[in-house]
Design a protein around this ligand. Structure first.
Ligand SMILES: N[C@@H](CCC(=O)N[C@@H](CS)C(=O)NCC(=O)O)C(=O)O
Length: 195
């Protein structure tokens, strides 16, 4: 029986992506909360040694470390043969979205939220204005993508692309953003998934 252990933080959308995948895929796992207020050098072992870039999430699969949320999602989809892992074709489509997410929503929205929630300059900095403009373009792209009525981002079946893209979208008030109706309906379908 494979063993999975997730090291995350409950304020981290990147950790949330992996938690959500483990939940909807029904993969039993241990969980350890990492206090990100601790300097990196003081975070507990084995997290400190195994988290190559010092960040959450870290997933151990039978003791082997996996880092970077989207790389972890790809690993899990491959392991369970679902959520994009069903075929090479779906995996190709998923990979495109994962790269888009890391550079677009996972950058704009994650850092908008971080600026508002965790920094003293909050919404006032120039960086926040840039992130907001970038987010506006990103959410418009997602809304346009979903306009044809498909249930999930690839087709009518959920995949790790949905899981990556929604990582920071369930808490719009924390980033002071509005979620358009097509994106909201898609989020509701993700929230209704078993698990
Ligand atoms: N590209 C990484 C980003 C991970 C990340 O930014 N993690 C943040 C929390 S959301 C973190 O661990 N921050 C604490 C630190 O950098 O010390 C991924 O996709 O996993």
């Amino acid at each position: 029986m494979p063993h999975f252990a997730l090291f995350g933080n409950r304020e981290s959308g990147h950790s949330y992506k992996v938690s959500l995948m483990l939940a909807v895929a029904g993969i039993a796992h241990d969980y350890q909360e990492i206090d990100l207020d601790l300097p990196r050098g003081e975070r507990p072992e084995p997290f400190r040694s195994l988290s190559k870039y010092g960040e959450v999430p870290l997933l151990l699969h039978d003791g082997k470390p996996f880092v970077q949320s989207n790389a972890i999602l790809l690993h899990l989809a491959g392991v369970c043969g679902k959520f994009g892992g069903e075929s090479a074709e779906r995996m190709e489509q998923v990979r495109e979205w994962l790269f888009w997410e890391a550079n677009r929503l996972g950058f704009s929205l994650a850092n908008l939220r971080y600026g508002l929630k965790f920094t003293s300059t909050g919404a006032a900095s120039d960086g926040q204005a840039m992130l907001r403009a970038r987010f506006d373009a990103d959410i418009a792209r997602l809304e346009a993508e979903l306009a044809d009525g498909r249930a999930f981002i690839l087709d009518d079946q959920p995949s790790i692309a949905d899981i990556a893209l929604c990582g920071y979208l369930f808490w719009p008030e924390q980033a002071n953003i509005a979620v358009p109706p097509g994106v909201q309906a898609w989020l509701d379908r993700i929230a209704a998934l078993p698990g």
